[in-house]
Design a protein around this ligand. Structure first.
Ligand code: ATP
Length: 302
């Protein structure tokens, strides 16, 4: 049987409205297109990994509301194991209210709702599933104590944890040495280390700080520049393919999901990052977040 990826993270509903200009406080504006789509970093990474052919389970929490039903149906349709996507009896499913202006800039307000009710006790309930994981993947859109509980459990069980530290939050010093892989973007790498990250050289400096704290492998994503790896067996920049970017939303989620898939297939670090860059490059050529994640047969020939 294929190795199992278990993703512990958020599932949201994205509500996107386009408007020529952002309203100022107190103002009402007439927008144009409205889209409702499934999102959340956990769900996005899980769907990206499943589309690339991995066996994937999501551990998360939605509400017992219409958005929650929709999120569950979507995950099941994508072929994910949702046995441990719980439904909170009162909390609302997480939503992201997104406005996009004519210049393509956006504003986002996230109401985490049920995602913030994903508690250590929920991980205890999922322990049989967690034990089957080849890799555990987690982000920071669920409560930090739940993330830390997962990492501590994984340490005791000898499980490898991939942490995508998004959105950026200060982490306790003793968590780093229990991480197999950390995948910050430029902003997150800077927030964690204080090193301004713009390019391969500054990414190397930030990754070095994180490795000194004990993280075994660090991959800093650098947008159109690609990704900088500081790992046990390879250090250097893996460039992104040149593509016509139309919407980079969820590029980071596709990257992390794809990198995790490559790890379960035992690709070496350079090839794994190359695979993740290929997948993310396809995603940025398409509109939308989760829906832009490519299937394996859509990857660019390399
Ligand atoms: P987002 O917040 O937009 O989801 P992010 O800030 O988390 O993304 P980025 O570093 O911007 O993450 O992008 C992640 C990966 O996606 C990059 O490492 C790269 O492989 C790919 N990527 C992003 N932008 C481009 C681009 N313009 N062209 C090619 N690849 C890209």
């Amino acid at each position: 049987e294929r190795p199992l990826l278990v993703i512990v993270g958020s599932a949201n509903t994205d509500l996107v409205v386009h408007t020529p200009q952002f309203p100022v406080p107190g103002e009402t504006r007439l927008g144009s297109a409205f889209q409702l789509s499934c999102g959340g970093k956990g769900a996005n990474q899980a769907v990206a990994a499943a589309r690339l052919g991995a066996r994937v389970a999501l551990v998360g929490k939605v509400g017992r509301d219409d958005f929650g039903q929709r999120a569950l149906a979507n995950l099941q349709q994508e072929g994910l194991d949702t046995t441990h996507v719980y439904q909170h009896p009162e909390a609302a499913t997480g939503v992201a209210i997104i406005t996009v202006n004519a210049q393509g800039q956006n504003t986002i307000v996230v109401a985490p709702g049920a995602n913030h009710e994903l508690l250590p006790a929920d991980l205890d309930q999922a322990v049989t599933l967690l034990e089957q994981a080849a890799y555990l993947v987690v982000q920071l859109e669920i409560p930090l104590p739940t993330v830390l509980y997962l990492v501590a459990w994984a340490r005791r069980r000898g499980k490898r944890v991939v942490l995508n530290p998004a959105p950026a939050l200060p982490l306790p010093d003793d968590v780093y040495h229990d991480l197999f892989l950390l995948t910050p973007n430029e902003t997150e790498a800077e927030a964690l280390t204080g090193v301004p990250v713009r390019d391969a050289d500054s990414a190397r400096a930030a990754a070095q700080v994180l490795r000194e704290r004990g993280v075994r492998n660090v991959v800093v994503t650098l947008g159109a520049q690609g990704a900088f790896l500081h790992t046990a067996t390879y250090t250097g920049l893996v460039p992104a393919p040149h593509v016509e970017a139309v919407d980079t939303t969820a590029a980071g989620d596709v990257f992390t999901g794809a990198l995790a898939v490559a790890l379960t297939q035992n690709l070496d670090w350079e090839r794994a990052a190359h695979f993740a860059c290929q997948a993310a490059a396809v995603a940025v050529t398409r509109l939308g977040a989760q829906v832009s994640a490519p299937y394996r047969h859509e990857l660019l020939a390399s």
